[in-house]
Write a protein that binds this ligand. Structure first.
Ligand SMILES: [Zn+2]
Length: 111
């Protein structure tokens, strides 16, 4: 998979945004739900970064690639808009790059 940021940078950006922009900046009533979603996304990207796999098939439903795809597809506007709103912009990793990184998993094929 091609990406404009490395997996390590994307993960760093997500964690920085989660701990700073989201945790301190997001004010919505659905914060608890979104908090859980954000953590699930961070776990999935961590699995991808660390190669934590339960079987060898990339296209399997259990792969980190599929995991990220399902999360992004089911919650696209929430992830791209609310989670990655970047209220304080404290991460050095550009938001648009993180969005692009996540976006590419929509094209991942699950069989
Ligand atoms: Zn599997």
């Amino acid at each position: 998979m091609n990406s404009t940021v490395s997996v390590k940078e994307a993960l760093r950006g997500l964690i920085e945004i989660y701990e700073n922009d989201f945790s301190h900046g997001y004010q919505g009533n659905d914060k608890e739900v979104l908090d859980k979603l954000f953590l699930k996304l961070i776990v999935a990207v961590t699995r991808f970064a660390q190669g934590i796999r339960y079987c060898g098939k990339i296209e399997c439903r259990c792969s980190p690639e599929s995991n990220i795809k399902f999360l992004v597809e089911a919650n696209y506007d929430t992830i791209m808009g609310n989670l990655l709103a970047g209220d304080y912009g404290l991460s050095e990793v550009p938001l648009s790059r993180i969005r692009d990184f996540l976006d590419q998993f929509r094209f991942h094929e699950v069989r």
